[in-house]
Design a protein around this ligand. Sequence first.
Ligand SMILES: [Zn+2]
Length: 516
Amino acid sequence: MGKVKIFDTTLRDGEQSPGVSLMPDEKLAIARQLAKLNVDIIEAGFPISSEGDFKSVQKIAREIDDVVIAGLARSVKQDIDRAWEAVKEANKPCIHVFIATSPIHMEYKLQMPPEQVMEKAIEAVEYAAKYTHNVEFSAEDASRSEPEFLYELFEKVINAGARIINIPDTVGYAVPEEFGNLIKNVKNNVDNIDQVDLSVHCHNDLGLGLANSLAAVRNGANQVEVAVNGIGERAGNTALEEVIMAFYTREDHFQVEVKQDTTQIARLSKMVANLTGMHIQPNKAIVGENAFAHEAGIHQHGVMQERTTYEIMDAKTIGLEDNKLVLGKHSGRHAFRNFVEELDYDLDEDTFEDVFVKFKDLADKKKEITPVEIEALIENQYHHHEEIYKLDYLSISTGINLIPTATIRLNKDEKTIQKATCSGDGPIDAIFHTINELVGMEDIKLIEYKINAITEGKDALGEVIAKTEIKGNTFIGHSSQTDITEASALAYLETINKYLAAGGNGNKKAKVEDLN
Ligand SMILES: [Zn+2]
């Protein structure tokens, strides 16, 4: 059986998705779940791009032990220094340097002749290798580069100390047969290629990310770069869950050993969707809501007789266990602890107590509480928690021929702020207006607002995701409550708290093109 390393870039390329921005503690929560799933490498960020990103990478490097932690750097000293500074405390640090190698990128973006690009790449790898032996080199836009140029470049950067050679299909232009051939040709034409891991990084502009990655593996690549739910620049990256489940389900074909814990996939996917605010399409492979649903009668009948008639995977494999256990009003701390352990969460005492209080609160409003709801309570904890403003009181009046109004009281640093009442086009609009008034910020732009019922029934938990733009930065807030008006207020307030926690200047990252 072959081995293929899983290099996850959810926190770097994935975070570059339009409108996505994660706080350091949110990135850490995702990194923990990635480690639990047992990926080989976590690319935690691009440290030079912003102070916030630097801190996130550093935090992850300090706290995640068994996984390689990589930081991205352009082929320039200042980037490499910064990347090293961020990852150096990791047990297994890695510096990932890149430079564009296609004629079009070299001419128009870098404005450098090929010889100079080659020189810079070698210099960068040599420089990074002084810090760590674990250096990955990427030839950006490799799939549109001259193969002969790549062969020579790879041989030289390997001699300079690169340990992983990554071949990205940066713009998602390749097709499987051609991309597989490129990998085969690199294997055959670069003398020292067997000394390193051969990696691929495919984008989904033509929906071919997975097919290209698998073609590469069939032709000798032993590392695949992926992102959870396939998020990433433009149409996104190859999806982590699709690669792993392809190897798992078609072991007969790929002969690749899966050492990841596939039962962590569902939770990881949900966590990334919630924290990034990037929802998953219902028919998304593996993790879509409908991926294991059988609507057509004939299919349902077949599945009931024998699951494998229409299901090639078991929902349990990705962690979608149909747990029938429920808790209620009379469940105590002990029962709750067992339940949480059953769900495979290890919470520290403070977090446990926090969640327990929220559980009791929920149990007062709702007769039966299911695992999905407990998970939602726990997931709430992963969200940024510096609550500068706290919701203290909320009342709404609305109806036919009534002007919707909201009355809200907030606490700031344990002190109560005067109540305010504002009207709006609807009750939710009234809530947001009132909050703006109380925090004294009028320039908050709501750019997205979504409500989702996460459980069935009249007393279901409602999940709200709010995305705001404040002074040019995007913030995502999330809350699940039985009352959607309360959830809306909390989610909206979370975005304001994030803005303030980021020092009022936000978390905007410099674009690669703007750095110099
Ligand atoms: Zn990419």
